[in-house]
Design a protein. Structure first.
Length: 293
């Protein structure tokens, strides 16, 4: 792995990887393992404090150890690149979406083949969100649709289409029947999964919304924007309660902000978020001050 450097400025931490593969860091050579994928990794999600799941252009889904870096399981079944991966809250099941227009469900401790298929989209599947009890799955696609599925039977329970709603990401609100969705039409929507209807649409941004996340207490959501040369590329914090307004923005990336996430909060730590960007950096922000002391 490359050398990791950090720079602290206005309570904002920026990480940039430098150097070639295998270069020794300040503490000496890092431990090396065989790669989990044979091509670019396109998505990663946490499973447990020890495990993560990833999807790649090699059409595979891999479960790996955070601590050792070793790949423990590898699932094969998709015909094209895996675009998104996620897991059930109890981490017993893994879900993957693909450019082959399908979603598959895998048992973490079961057979190597998929335990359920969810076909039905007309274009690449770009969003996945699992209900807290893992009984339902919501999927989104570049075909402008959001679908709801029964995870046990694979039955499609609902399908909603909105013109120009090219889905970029989905996430479920903890403990609620709501799903957050970002889109290339520059909006962030709140779906009521019970009737699969839009419950709220936040004001449109100036750029494509690339990703979203929800805080563990279900009070806030994040969305991230595309951008170029310092224009756009911000992350936005939204209030999911009655006001449903914009709380603050996090600006500092120079290219598209590709991902955003709420970080786990410790007893003595201020709430923080992390953003990644096409400018080759990851930044950690103070959630309440947007990194401005």
């Amino acid at each position: 792995m490359g050398k990791l450097q950090s720079k602290i400025s206005f309570h904002t931490t920026k990480y940039r990887a430098e150097g070639s593969v295998g270069q020794a860091g300040p503490a000496g050579a890092s431990q090396q393992h065989s790669p989990a994928h044979t091509d670019a990794v396109t998505s990663v999600a946490a499973l447990t404090p020890d495990l993560c799941v990833s999807g790649g252009r090699d059409k595979s889904v891999a479960v790996s150890s955070w601590r050792s870096g070793a790949a423990l399981r590898r699932f094969l079944g998709h015909e094209r690149e895996v675009t998104k991966v996620t897991s059930a809250l109890d981490c017993s099941r893994v879900f993957s979406a693909s450019r082959d227009k399908t979603v598959m469900m895998w048992e973490l401790h079961g057979a190597s083949g998929p335990s359920q298929h969810f076909p039905g989209h007309d274009l690449v599947v770009t969003g996945l969100a699992v209900s807290p009890d893992a009984s339902q799955l919501c999927t989104g696609s570049r075909d402008n649709t959001v679908c709801k599925w029964d995870t046990e039977t694979g039955e499609c329970l609902g399908r909603a289409a909105i013109s120009r709603n090219l889905v970029t990401h989905l996430c479920w609100v903890p403990g609620e029947p709501y799903v957050i969705q970002t889109s290339e039409d520059k909006t962030t929507r709140v779906w009521d999964s019970r009737e699969l209807q839009v419950a709220h649409t936040f004001p449109a941004k100036q750029h494509i919304q690339t990703c979203c996340d929800v805080s563990q207490d279900g009070r806030y959501c994040l969305s991230s924007s595309s951008g170029c040369a310092g224009h756009g590329a911000e992350a936005t914090l939204w209030d999911l309660r009655q006001t449903r307004g914009r709380v603050c923005e996090y600006r500092g990336h120079f290219q598209t902000t590709t991902s955003c996430v709420f970080l786990p909060r410790g007893p003595a730590l201020a709430p923080s978020i992390a953003t990644s960007s096409s400018d080759s950096t990851v930044k950690v922000w103070d959630q309440d001050t947007a990194g401005k002391g």
